[in-house]
Design a protein around this ligand. Structure first.
Ligand code: CMC
Length: 429
């Protein structure tokens, strides 16, 4: 039996044999790239439910089994034993670093922790109550202007340098979004501190006082960063890749990813979960919200539930849920809200509607409880996600740039509009 699928056009009797490609894991894919040339047809797959947009060696997830691997390493092991910056190195380079490589990498990230002084003025263009994701996307796109001609995206060294710049600068940009909204002075990075600590320092320190975050808080934030670092071809990553395929400036590509992540069906869900739990207020109110989520005439969905790929418990949600338990006594976690979340999960997981549709808690369901305990305001939650995901975006950008099949992304369509017709002057209409 050959590794191919034959597609027969029953209208004409013409047929084409499409190769079936097998990856390391996951469903094999049918290579339909010759379909239009040979049969004159396109494929239609709204929401890309069955379309592989690229080959990638970075992240693998098995939605039925609830498995997530980065460069082959299970997320559970990375969450327990690794650090966010080590994972960044892994995503960019494909292998775990030795001690010297790690020290060099961390040093390089620190060398890129500053942003141009003029960039700080961009924030003043935003109202005090602007959503930080709006600020973050705008400011990040603006960084492109500082590296417009200086970055040769065809040069591997420039690409790696760009990746380090993106990961190095994003905590600085993110912290300033918060400081702007709060009317607090911007804080320069302190490179004697590690990556996550430096972010907390830029967020929460006062110029007039010494700042010492708790090691428990730092580890909790590092864990959340690990869990959000990459997730293969999700909406924001696909946006980054599509923008990159047009050879757009990499900072602009990341800004495009930030905008997409903001959507409440994607990264914006972490903010929406806390708003939902606040609105639910008491466990007695849960059945009303479950009923609303099931009602087809009500746009309300259970935020933090469901996933395009996971038809099983999201492994990241499981790790965060456990972390919430572990941190309950050490951090100032909102216990009543956690109890509502647990009860909501329990009721949903026993409800026929959710069982039938395989709707489980996703990464966003519990993450907000930890962000809250870290004193991160709700509207900053998606900024936190974006900061962590920048590593995945830029690793995927690098991979695309090195792809021998590189060409501009240009989906096709099924046109359903008007037939060709003649223009009529306005006075004659
Ligand atoms: N609450 C109630 N019903 C739901 C939910 C939900 N959260 N999610 C899916 N459904 C229903 C949906 O109405 C549909 O029902 P039916 O078959 O009767 O029409 C069925 O489940 C399949 O849903 P779908 O919309 O076809 O699934 P999708 O793969 O297109 O959407 C999703 C995935 C994540 C956008 C969706 O589950 C959702 O909106 N969840 C809430 C938002 C959320 O938590 N997003 C974070 C995702 S994980 C992190 C990230 O990507 O950033």
């Amino acid at each position: 039996m050959s590794d191919s699928v034959t597609i027969i056009d029953n209208r004409t009797g013409k047929q084409i044999e499409c190769p079936v490609l097998t990856g390391k894991y996951g469903a094999p894919v049918i290579d339909t790239s010759r379909l239009y040339k040979e049969l004159g047809v396109f494929t239609l797959d709204p929401g890309f439910g069955t379309t592989a947009s690229c080959k990638s060696a970075i992240t693998y997830l098995d939605g039925d089994e609830g498995i997530l691997l980065h460069r082959g390493y299970p997320i559970e092991q990375l969450a327990e034993k690794s650090t966010y910056t080590e994972l960044c190195y892994l995503l960019l380079n494909g292998e775990l670093p030795d001690q010297n490589q790690m020290a060099d990498f961390e040093h390089d990230l620190k060398m890129h922790s500053m942003t141009h002084e003029h960039l700080s003025r961009f924030y003043n263009g935003y109202r005090y109550d602007a959503h930080p994701m709006s600020i973050m996307s705008g400011v990040f796109a603006a960084i492109a202007s500082y590296y417009h001609d200086a970055t040769d995206i065809r040069n591997p060294e420039h690409r790696l340098m760009t990746a380090k710049r993106v990961i190095g600068k994003i905590p600085n940009v993110a912290a300033k979004c918060y400081r702007h909204a709060s009317g607090l002075p911007f804080v320069y990075p302190d490179n004697s501190r590690d990556y996550v600590e430096n972010f907390m320092y830029m967020m929460f320190s006062w110029p007039s006082e010494e700042y010492k975050p708790s090691p428990v808080a730092l580890r909790a934030l590092d864990l959340l960063f690990i869990l959000h670092a990459d997730h293969e071809q999700n909406a924001s990553t696909s946006t980054v890749r599509l923008a990159a395929s047009a050879e757009a400036n990499p900072f602009a590509c990341v800004a495009a990813g930030i905008c997409t992540l903001w959507g409440k069906a994607h990264g914006g869900a972490n903010e929406a979960v806390i708003n939902m739990l606040t609105e639910i207020e008491r466990p007695e109110n849960i059945p009303k919200y479950i009923a609303r989520a099931k009602d087809k005439d009500d746009p309300f969905r259970l935020m933090g539930f469901g996933h395009r790929v996971y038809k099983n418990y999201d492994p990241r949600a499981r790790i965060i849920q456990q972390a919430v338990y572990d941190l309950m006594d050490e951090m100032n976690l909102n216990q009543p809200m956690f109890e509502i979340a647990m009860e909501l999960e329990k009721i949903a997981l026993n409800d026929e509607y959710f069982i039938e549709r395989k709707l489980y808690p996703n990464v966003d369901f519990y993450s907000g409880l930890i962000y809250q305990a870290l004193r991160i305001p709700t509207e900053m939650f998606t900024v936190m996600f974006a900061m962590a995901r920048s590593a995945g975006w830029i690793a995927q950008w690098m991979e695309l740039m090195e792809d021998p099949d590189f060409r501009i992304g240009r989906p096709r369509q099924l046109y359903t509009g008007q037939e060709k017709r003649d223009y009529v002057q306005i006075k004659d209409r």
